[in-house]
Write a protein that binds this ligand. Sequence first.
Ligand code: LRH
Ligand code: MN
Ligand code: MN
Length: 430
Amino acid sequence: MTEQIISADIVAKHNASRQADLTRDYDALGERLSRRGIDIAAILDKVSKFNVAVPSWGVGTGGTRFARFPGQGEPRDIFDKIEDCAVISQLTRATNTVSLHIPWDKAEPNRLKQAASRFGLGFDAMNSNTFSDAAGQKQSYKFGSLTNADAGARSQAVEHNIECIEIGKAIGSKALTIWIGDGSNFPGQVNFARSFERYLDSAKEIYKALPDDWKLFTEHKMYEPAFYSTVVQDWGTNYIIAQELGAKAFCLVDLGHHAPNVNIEMIVSRLIQFKKLGGFHFNDSKYGDDDLDAGSVDPYRLFLVFNELVDAELNGAEGFDPAHMLDQSHNVTDPIESLMLSAVEVQRAYAQALLVDRKGLEGFQEDNDALMATQTLKTAYRTDVEPILAMARLNAGGAIEPVAAYREAGYRAKVAAERPAVAGGSGGIV
Ligand code: LRH
Ligand code: MN
Ligand code: MN
């Protein structure tokens, strides 16, 4: 029997006071959708199966290079983090996996597995870290990891990734995500072609260690920490990597890793078309890799990404099974609340995209009716699908309003009493 951190009585009481209203709202929406030829039960069924992984590193308060302001009851280690993830999963019923970052989350694999399975959680992609130096490591990544001029640093980075695969194998993960910070800060500092050649050679070594039923995700990012050039800077380079490595290699799209105004949904479409879309790190952004809560700045863009995903899903695109993960930093909110709302925002975009009249859209596209084509998307986007999301949660034992239920349960105060307060930090620049 799966353990629940928030008492079932609290959730039941929370839901009981809201269920009658929800049923009325759900029935009214069902009636409206049926007029559009949509069966609400079919949408509910799909939405109920939706899952997005929670990043272990997201449940601690984030910070900037200027400062970090920790909250109450910060998780002390990966086991506290797993408990926080269990709360998110229990109340939203949309996040039954956790994505680990090594070495931050390094622990005895059996203990990790047990800690997660207590709460019915599994593990999503493993994330390696060669963008910072771990305590006691032999070679520094100051001048790069997989592309470092020093062969010793490169092989250390390769070995680290292989270790991540080994840990992942022991805990039931099926994917490795590689993001590197390698690049340069000055024109002329590195030779672009030589760096990329080293990257491919190193990545091929990692790929060789990948089990047959695993996927390798490589994540591009335009800049930061390297501010002049980055080795894996865009989806074009990422696509080349996936092609060079082989059938188990795919591109991971982190929504915050593009220049402002880049048409991300179109990148998604291209990667789907050429069978190299591996998955997502969902978040939102205003300026750069802001790691803001998914759907908090531009929910329409999130919808447009899901419009592409649903299009592929409905077309039965071969081998199409992208991984959904959040990747956010919570500087001023309770991370659990942000992650719950973000998971729901991603699920909302999926539900809205399921409502697009695909046949109608295709007709308008073929007729060059730009206005009606775009209105078709807007009609779906403007539909308030909250009753479907809430009903999916209720049916699965979650909370109709996850944040309200979380606050009613007083979880943060409870863990604050057990987990010692942590001091704030001045960040990396002062
Ligand atoms: C890099 C990134 C990558 C890392 C995470 C901590 O900006 O998006 O996914 O693993 O942040
Ligand atoms: Mn990311
Ligand atoms: Mn990022």
